[in-house]
Design a protein around this ligand. Structure first.
Ligand code: ZN
Length: 103
């Protein structure tokens, strides 16, 4: 008997999320939050969803910053209105872009 097993990745746009400085663009930009879920399927039916990963993407240059799952969840539930999360994520973006510039 033949089993058709598949793995798939699904990207979901959560919302245009926050504005912060993008070093690549050199300007203040809007960043969107994407949720990436890996799915396992059997006979084209989803049988398992893996824990999702969260990415922040610059709307203009498409630079992608991976968030920790905890931060991703916090952003989904509370949004960047929470100043503490906003600052944390902004720090992460700066860190990501600084490391990339050096390499
Ligand atoms: Zn950008």
């Amino acid at each position: 008997m033949l089993f058709l097993v598949g793995m798939d990745k699904k990207y979901e746009l959560i919302e245009p999320l926050m504005t912060c400085h993008c070093q690549r663009c050199g300007e203040e930009r809007q960043w969107s939050l994407y949720k990436e879920t890996e799915l396992a399927s059997l006979f084209f039916i989803t049988v398992w969803r893996f824990t999702p990963d969260y990415f922040l993407v610059c709307d203009v240059c498409q630079d992608m910053v991976k968030l920790s799952r905890v931060q991703g969840k916090q952003l989904v539930h509370m949004g960047s209105r929470d100043q503490k999360i906003h600052d944390e994520v902004e720090g992460l973006v700066i860190e990501h872009q600084t490391i990339n510039d050096k390499s």
